[in-house]
Structures are given as C-alpha cells and as structure tokens.
Design a protein around this ligand. Structure first.
Ligand code: FES
Length: 213
C-alpha cells in the first residue's frame, strides 16, 4: 500500500499528467504529501520518486533545499514571527519573545500537542503591517502580544479553518482545473519526447565516436 491515500494518489497522478516531464511535478507532489501527512516521510518520498521517475534521494535533496518543504515533523500551524528591520523597529523582537512564552517553546520548537511550530523569519513582505506574523503562509499584522494570543486562540478553536490550510501547505498549488488535455494525448506527447530525446542521445554518441576515430 502506498503512502498517499487513494484520493490523494488520484490527485497526484492528475498533477503528474499536467507536465510534459514527470519530474516537473516533484515539488507540487511534495506539497500534496505535506497536505496529507504534515511532512515528507520516507514512504512519501519513495512514492513521489516512483510517480516522477526520480529517486528517493533526489526527492530528499529537493525537499531539504526548500524552506517550505519539511523532512521532519512540524506542527499543524507554522507560526513565523518576522524580526527583520521594519518589524524589529515595531517590536518584532519583543513579539517573538512573547510568542515563545505564550506557546512554551523556543523559536524552532513545536508545542507538545503538535499544533504549533514557532519560527523566527526574515522579511515576509508584509512590512506595512509590522510587526508581522505568518501562519502557514497567510499573513497577520500588525500584532501585539494580546492580538497574538487571540490569533492563537482562534487557530486552536478552528475559527480560521478554510482560511489557513493545515501543515503549511499552499492550497494554491492545487490544480482542480488542470489543462484540459486528454490523458492519452499527454502520454502520446510524452512518448514522442522520449523518442526524440533518445534520437538526440544516439546522434551525440555517434558524433563522439566519429571524433574518436
Ligand atoms: S520586515 Fe517584517 S515583513 Fe518586512
């Protein structure tokens, strides 16, 4: 049995079909896996590799490179407090200290109930609302200690469900309405691309062999 649930596996396959090269779907599939499991477990990396024609090592290499992809467990909500210059001048440092106390974890930590992972982040382009906080890439600000506590309470109570997706995923990567091309056509084009690629490779090898003679 695969790591993706049957429904997610179906979505994963439709995502793969959107791209001329299967490997181009690697990052969207990582987001999809995070939407399902919160982070990229080994079985997910193996299944993504199988779906994209890559290796689990390549999936891990990609996932460990990008900040928005996680290879370790994170809370349902990633709370990033900005301490870059505009926010710092408006109390971002104090807000981070408050957040650490309120959540009971230092920046980088996850609460025991696995609801929140707290991060100190660089500018998130919300400077006009300094000090700014991002929660799963949705932006809030300007926040005080009190409004931070309110935000956390609302997240806990589920009042932002539907607005703030779980596990830091970007629901924007969902492609409910993909390119309206029949799958057979996509696969035929892909076969043609593979054939052309093989031809180019053979021609390059033949040219190299000729040079060597
Ligand atoms: S400096 Fe904090 S959002 Fe830009």
């Amino acid at each position: 049995m695969g790591a993706f649930s049957p429904e997610m596996r179906e979505r994963a396959e439709s995502l793969v079909a959107l791209y001329p090269e299967r490997r181009s779907a690697l990052i969207p599939l990582c987001h999809l896996a995070q939407e399902e499991a919160g982070y990229l477990t080994q079985p997910f990396m193996e299944e993504i590799a199988e779906l994209t024609g890559t290796t689990p090592a390549e999936v891990y290499g990609t996932a460990s490179f990008y900040d928005m992809l996680h290879t370790e467990p994170v809370g349902k909500y990633l709370v990033g407090v900005c301490t870059n210059i505009a926010c710092l001048l408006q109390g971002g440092g104090e807000l981070l200290e408050h957040a650490e106390q309120a959540l009971g974890v230092a920046a980088g930590g996850t609460t025991d109930d696995e609801m929140f992972t707290l991060e100190e982040v660089e500018c998130v382009a919300h400077c006009d609302k300094a000090p700014a906080v991002q929660v799963n890439y949705r932006f809030f600000g300007p926040l005080t200690g009190e409004s931070f506590d309110n935000l956390i309470a609302k997240l806990r109570a589920g009042e932002y469900d539907g607005v703030v997706p779980p596990h830091g995923t970007l629901v924007r990567v969902r492609r409910e309405n993909g390119i309206e091309v029949p799958l057979e056509e996509v696969f035929a084009e892909r076969r043609e691309m593979d054939r052309a690629k093989a031809e180019r490779k053979a021609a390059a090898e033949a040219a190299k062999a000729k040079e060597g003679n």
